[in-house]
Design a protein around this ligand. Structure first.
Ligand code: ADP
Ligand code: MG
Length: 269
């Protein structure tokens, strides 16, 4: 099992929701010039789950911020549904390691936030939110404040908030990194289930190789900074792809993990 050359642009059928075309990013504050990303090209297919793994500090968060227009790129182009990015892309949900819930709002009010911004009628917002609470095992905690919830529950609320406006694409930046192993597996499974059932595409940034392999259809391995794509693995494991424990026990899983680990070891030097 070897990672293929990092040359692919489009994979699968249909217009790719997201294309990064020779994207480069250099931070330059006038005093210091920090090249972070060089000539990075990949695409995300409709309904595909892709994870990006790379050494700490290689530029993963920078890449995600560039892809969704939070920071400007230095060269290349980002296209959403075939159109060059301008501003924040539509139909995208973004989830970070920190849950960033408002402490003064109840769990339900935090989830509804996106519907208020989009001016969704109150009744529809209520229905959507309550349905997500049920789907994510949060029923009964609608009126709880974030401080009274466990880390795992807060991340579930954050996931519900990310899904409330029914995004076509989910961008995740290490959202499960601070959770204990068991909680992490359960939330990863829920996230995969909600992404796959809704035919959403998902790009997940992580430093956790096992998470990347169990969750994804494809894993992109980045080199150290200035980062470029080192290898790409199509994850071909059998069984229920929404059950992270089953994925970890499936044939082939540990071989993918070993190969990616080896690539990352090399990437550090
Ligand atoms: N605003 C900034 N100005 C200058 N350098 C930055 C800025 N943000 C991040 N960096 C640097 O860019 C590199 C990549 O950071 P980041 O994208 O956060 O990495 P990762 O998410 O892979 O850990 C790091 O060396 C970091 O210090
Ligand atoms: Mg980061």
């Amino acid at each position: 099992m070897r990672g293929s050359a990092p040359s692919t642009l489009a994979a699968g059928s249909g217009v790719p929701p997201l294309v990064a075309d020779r994207v480069a990013k250099t931070y330059d504050d006038g005093r210091q010039v920090v090249p972070v990303i060089t000539e990075l090209t990949f695409s995300l297919s409709p309904g595909e789950i892709v994870s990006i793994v790379g050494p700490s500090g290689c530029g993963k968060t920078t890449l995600l911020n560039v892809l969704c227009g939070l920071i400007p790129l230095s060269a290349g182009q980002v296209r959403w549904y075939g159109t060059p990015l301008s501003g924040m892309p539509p139909k995208v949900g973004y989830m970070l390691q920190k849950d960033l819930l408002f402490p003064w709002r109840t769990a339900l009010a935090n989830v509804k936030l996106g519907t208020e911004i989009k001016k969704i009628p109150a009744r529809e917002a209520e229905e959507r939110s309550r349905s997500l609470f049920v789907q994510l095992g949060l029923a009964g905690f609608e009126n709880a404040y974030p401080a009274t919830l466990s880390g795992g529950m807060r991340q579930r609320v954050a996931l519900a908030r990310t899904l409330i406006n029914d995004p076509d694409v989910l961008l995740l930046d290490e959202p499960f990194a601070s959770l204990d192993f068991q909680t992490k597996l359960l939330i990863e499974s829920d996230t995969a289930r909600l992404a796959r059932a809704g035919h959403r595409s998902m790009l997940c940034i992580t430093h956790d190789i096992e998470e990347a392999v169990s969750l994804s259809d494809r894993v992109i391995v980045l080199s150290s900074r200035p980062t470029r794509i080192k290898s790409v693995y199509r994850i071909d494991i059998e069984g229920d792809r929404t059950d992270m424990m089953a994925a970890r026990e499936s044939r082939g899983f540990s071989e993918y993990v070993r190969c990616i680990w080896r690539d990352l070891e090399i990437a550090r030097h």
